[in-house]
Design a protein around this ligand. Structure first.
Ligand SMILES: Nc1ncnc2c1ncn2[C@@H]1O[C@H](COP(=O)(O)OP(=O)(O)OP(=O)(O)O)[C@@H](O)[C@H]1O
Ligand SMILES: [Mg+2]
Length: 323
């Protein structure tokens, strides 16, 4: 039995009318070992939240497999997953705690829903609230009476009360002020270590992923562009899209790398092409006619026909090596 999470060829298509399909995930595969943290980055619409929902079994993928500790959880329909033993082991913390919490429930009751509908365990709720740094006097309050940071802590506590082995965090701090963000990230990092839990950590912020994760997966229009150790991928990116993301990090005194051209549409995209070719400074004919598969190069995997040639260029972009 292979421990941890295995995603194989995940596809998720949504009908958008007239027989056309939006391909939110188009063959995404990766492994996540127990206790490992994998960051997921990519621009808006690249499929990050869809991936989170599919792995957490809140949505049924169109195709592909998901295994967790050897169990074929991808074969369990989302509608039935609530009763599956793996349910508690995989917990999702949503993009905005505000949306995710029940506004009519107290913080305590919101946290208790992580144990299952109608289950009450005041002792466990108090323990896990203390663990996430939520003062006991807040437990009787409703979400709107709490600050953003406190709401985030309630959302994390609700996930933790189930004793998960995999925590999926979908931009857990996106709606928070910078100072609160830092405190919540620190909490997540500490919990990860004390709890021995694996993280699938979705973020827009490469610097945050660098701090929180050992590995990173870069998505572009529902396909994996590059995946590997954070230091390798962000230090010497080999996919031109990763290069552009690294160059465009705010606050690093670098010019954003201008991406010429228009992004490919996610609606019925060409199967036999690199979807980045419309914006890629290195695109050649082959990129328009042949889909690049992930290949192992320089200690990571890259889906680019020209990954060998990007090395010199990426050195120029990422110097001085902030990463
Ligand atoms: N239920 C749905 N029906 C139709 N299209 C959808 C649905 N859910 C997501 N999509 C589309 O799938 C694509 C991926 O969306 P997703 O929310 O996964 O992106 P994301 O990477 O999380 O973006 P963001 O950074 O903005 O959160 C988008 O084009 C989105 O419009
Ligand atoms: Mg999202």
């Amino acid at each position: 039995m292979k421990e941890g999470l295995e995603a194989i060829g995940l596809k998720m298509r949504f009908p958008v009318g007239k027989g056309r399909w939006l391909h939110a995930l188009d063959g995404v595969g990766f492994n996540l070992a127990p206790r490992e943290a994998l960051g997921v980055v990519g621009e808006s619409g690249s499929g990050k939240s869809t991936l989170a929902r599919v792995v957490a079994r809140l949505a049924d993928q169109t195709d592909g497999a998901i295994r967790f500790d050897g169990a074929d959880i991808g074969a369990v329909p989302a509608a039935r997953f609530g009763r599956d033993p793996a349910r508690r082991a995989i917990q999702l913390v949503f993009q905005s705690a505000d949306d995710a919490l029940n506004p009519a429930f107290t913080a305590a009751r919101n946290i208790a829903t992580g144990l299952g509908a109608g289950v009450r365990d005041d002792r466990r709720v108090a323990e896990v609230a203390a663990e996430v740094g939520l003062p006991a006097e807040h437990l009787g309050k409703r979400p709107h009476q709490l600050s953003g940071g406190q709401q985030a802590r309630v959302g994390i506590a609700r996930a933790l009360i189930a004793d998960p082995r995999l925590l999926i965090l979908d931009e857990p701090t996106a709606s928070l002020d910078v100072s609160v963000q830092a405190a919540v990230l620190k909490l997540i990092d500490a919990l990860r270590r004390s709890r021995d839990v694996a993280l699938l950590f979705i973020s827009h912020d490469l610097d945050v992923v660098r701090l929180m994760c050992e590995r990173i997966m870069v998505l572009y229009l529902g396909r994996v562009a590059e995946i590997g150790a954070v230091d390798a991928v962000l230090g010497t990116p080999r996919h031109p899209y990763t290069r552009a993301l690294v160059a465009a990090r705010p606050g690093h005194g670098r010019r954003p790398l201008a991406l010429a051209g228009e992004a490919q549409s996610a609606i019925d995209p060409p199967e036999a092409a690199c979807l980045f070719h419309t914006r890629c400074p290195l695109a050649v004919d082959r990129c328009r006619t042949e889909r690049p598969l992930l290949r192992d190069i320089a200690g990571r995997s890259v889906a680019c026909h020209r990954a060998e040639e990007t090395a010199a260029a990426s050195q120029a972009v990422s110097e001085p090596a902030g990463y």
